[in-house]
Design a protein around this ligand. Structure first.
Ligand code: ATP
Length: 198
C-alpha cells in the first residue's frame, strides 16, 4: 500500500528525491552514514513523530538539511508518503493518497492530505487500523521484535487489534463518547435556562 516517498530538504536529502516501493520487498543498501535510516526517519516524521530523539536529532529543526561543504542549508524540510488507495483501504475517495508534512526553520509546520492542509489528528485517523502508524507494526526497528515477543498479553492485544482494523473503531468510539458527554452537559445547561425562564 506504501507506493512512494518523496523528500526534499530532509536530513541528508537536500534535493527532492523520490523512492518508489513497487510490490514485493524493497531493500535499501549503502555505506554507513549514507542516509538509509534517514529514509525511515522521514516516514516516521510524516506519520507524526513528535519526538526529535526518536528521529535521532536533538530538536525538530534538526530534520532540515543543514548544509554541506558545497551547498547552503535548506529553509524547510518536507516529506510526502504516497499510498496506493486503488482498493479503497483508506477512507478517502481517491486512487492515491498523499500525506505531507513540512517544517520551516521558524518552527512553523503543516500537515497536508492530498495537498489540503489538515491536522495531525486527521492523518492519525486516516491511517488508524492500517498498521502503518508510528506505533503500529509496519515499521519494525532494531529491538522491536524482541519487545513484541516479551510484551504482556494486554500490549500484544493492541498489536492484534491494529492488525484486525479494530483500533480505528475504538478511536471513533472514544470520540463519540466525548461528544455524547458534551451533549449531555449542554442538555443540563439548557434545562437550567428553561427553569430560569419558566
Ligand atoms: P548506518 O548504516 O551507519 O546506520 P545510514 O545509511 O543509516 O548509516 P543515516 O543514519 O540515515 O545513515 O544518515 C546519517 C547521515 O545523515 C549523516 O552523514 C548525517 O550527517 C546526515 N544528516 C543527518 N541530519 C542531517 C541534516 N539535518 N542535514 C544534513 N545531513 C544530515
Amino acid at each position: 500500500m506504501l507506493k512512494a516517498l518523496e523528500i526534499a530538504g530532509f536530513k541528508s536529502f537536500a534535493d527532492r528525491t523520490r523512492f518508489d516501493f513497487p510490490d514485493g520487498i524493497t531493500v535499501v543498501v549503502g555505506p554507513n552514514g549514507s542516509g538509509k535510516s534517514n529514509i525511515v526517519d522521514a516516514i516516521k516524521w510524516v506519520l507524526g513523530s513528535q519526538s526529535a530523539k526518536s528521529l535521532r536529532g536533538k530538536e525538530m529543526a534538526d530534520v532540515i538539511f543543514k548544509g554541506s561543504q558545497s551547498r547552503g542549508p535548506a529553509g524547510s524540510a518536507e516529506a510526502t508518503i504516497v499510498f496506493d488507495n486503488s482498493e479503497g483501504n483508506l477512507p478517502i475517495e481517491a486512487p492515491e493518497v498523499h500525506v505531507t508534512r513540512r517544517v520551516f526553520r521558524s518552527g512553523e509546520g503543516e500537515y497536508l492530505i492530498n495537498n489540503q492542509p489538515c491536522r495531525l489528528k486527521d492523518i492519525k485517523s486516516l491511517i488508524a487500523g492500517t498498521g502503518i502508524g508510528i506505533d503500529a507494526y509496519s515499521l519494525i526497528e532494531q529491538g522491536k521484535v524482541d519487545r513484541m515477543l516479551q510484551a504482556n498479553a494486554k500490549d500484544r492485544r493492541v498489536i492484534f487489534e491494529e492488525a484486525a482494523g479494530i483500533s480505528r473503531f475504538k478511536a471513533k468510539k472514544v470520540e463519540a463518547e466525548r461528544r455524547l458527554a458534551r451533549v449531555d452537559q449542554n442538555l443540563v445547561r439548557l434545562g437550567d435556562i428553561v427553569d430560569e425562564v419558566a
